[in-house]
Design a protein around this ligand. Sequence first.
Ligand code: IVH
Length: 665
Amino acid sequence: MVKEQIDALRRELEQHNYNYYVLSQPTISDLEFDMKLKQLEELERQHPEYADPSSPTQRVGNDINTSFTQIRHKYPMLSLANTYSEEEVRDFYERVRKALGEEFELVGELKYDGTSISLTYEHGRLVQAVTRGDGEKGDDVTDNVRTIRSIPLRLHGNYPDSFEIRGEILMPWEVFDALNREREEQEEPLFANPRNAASGTIKLQNPAVVATRKLDAYLYYVLGEDLPADTHLGNLEAARTWGFKTSDAVRLCRTLDDVYDFIRYWDTERKNLPVATDGIVIKVNSLAQQRALGFTAKSPRWAIAYKFQAERALTRLNSVSYQVGRTGAVTPVANLNPVQLSGTVVRRASLHNADIISALDLHIGDMVYVEKGGEIIPKITGVDTDARILVGDRVGFARTCPVCGTPLVRIEGEAAHYCPNENGCPPQIKGKMEHFVSRRAMNIDGLGSETIDLLFRNGLAHNVADLYELRTADLARLERLGDKSARNIMAGIEASKQVPFERVVFALGIRFVGETTAKKLAYAFKSMEALSHATEAELTAVDEIGGRIAQSVTAWFADEANRRTVERLAAQGLQMCLTADQLQAHSDRLKGLTVVISGKFARHSRDEYKTLIERHGGKNAGSVSAKTSLILAGENMGPEKLKKAEKLGIKLMDEDEFLDLIGEE
Ligand code: IVH
């Protein structure tokens, strides 16, 4: 009865996923979908005996950190030979014609610019997803791939019992832009293009984070022993009926002119697509002819890629300026004569770092090539040296901070230059205050970058601790700030004194200490006092804190000015340690232990147990291995896991024993 209900909900949700992510034609509202999903989650929680990795509830990704196992590809993942002109395409066509000596058809497809993936389905279920790797073997990223909504976990229709399907995982432009905006706010390095963002995401250790990144996938190659059709196109069409997302931009080409038409059409039309493409792929349609043509060592003889020209423009480099970020990182920016490029006017381009500038051998006044090539910020890709008549100075890199004049430093092994005048350089001071008040840190309402600039210019705040000494009258006197906003800001500042300790650690803006790291540090050291005295060795002993972070933390607290700030913040009443409640909920009892959860439990849900394991300093793992310290075993534990545990002599614990161990009721 319950089983039927669960099955019906799963089928219904799969259909809605398909309608939304593959067909882009949803038939119910997001709210209705979420409610049905919640209902299914609840049923699965009550009946863990019906757990199923193919269930739509598994799309959110579990929070277990996985490391990837290498898998050998059954069929190697080759690449395609690239061509850049219509002549080279004709050469390919002629080679195929001569080699086959009979009529043939070609299929034109888009060349999607993401990261390639090979999916294995057995009995209609996704069982494995492997990256390209070196072509021979790749990483098993199945848990991450399960979170991609357009990839079916279960198939419908008449699919072969066992087959592989390959395609491209992509980050849509819209998602990419939003992700980079967020990273910019956090001063995290930006992704250069959606391809890097997609490949970086699919290799993340945490499937739950992958799930938030909204990846998409197009499938373009079916492989197997008993495929339904003897043409490439036939198999793609069949795959579509099984639930896969295949591209609509596929065309059967009977002549070379058909191929050229296809190329020319998509060269401009691709700009309207939601995902990045970098060319066209042309494939021989008949599988028998593909077999006859075979492969070279690197690529098939039956297919070729045609790469689109990246759009570029030529313009003059007028000057180079430098921007200073919150952490003191100095980024060079090229100021250009305005030029039209892919529909927008470009005035500035990123120069990234000193190495790139010197590789380009840039001079002021040079005519430079600017490209957008799928990247958000246009970049300079070359210099037209023939156009060098009256050039100016060779562009070096600033030696001193453009704002405060302090000599810049370059940290060994890093490309970036920094202004070390952390507590005296205006953009750094203002940037630190902006970070301090931001939503994820102290969350002080009403204090945006403009107000901070006003406070700074009027000498009212030069340090985050100054904020707590402001008076309503000081604020109300500032231009554009009335009585009411002044009172709001004061209330926000007062309320921030209750913000929990881990967010205070994050708010300090220590380089490399993001939200997650701040939390780790807060729970490992429990008070600002202890954290400020921690040695590098004590810091690196904390799980996932490496040498780079440890050095940054000790250097920060070694600075007299920073210590003084912390003292003032403490005196002003900010949370400088974990509360009794927080302390009680946490312990070190599982420190150094890796725990695998298996089976059905009565007292807490699996997710609750995962949280408990983390809170008590342990690590969650998905599968039993020699590294497993203990297994939290419920009823009906999987027989495979049990066998492996016995073989490795790993201790099993039932939930009562486990709760006893961590001192929870
Ligand atoms: S077919 C044996 N079709 O391009 C060749 N590849 O350089 C199988 N790609 O690794 C690949 N769009 O990541 C094929 N429509 C498409 C493609 C495509 C993008 C990528 C893929 C592959 C690379 C080859």
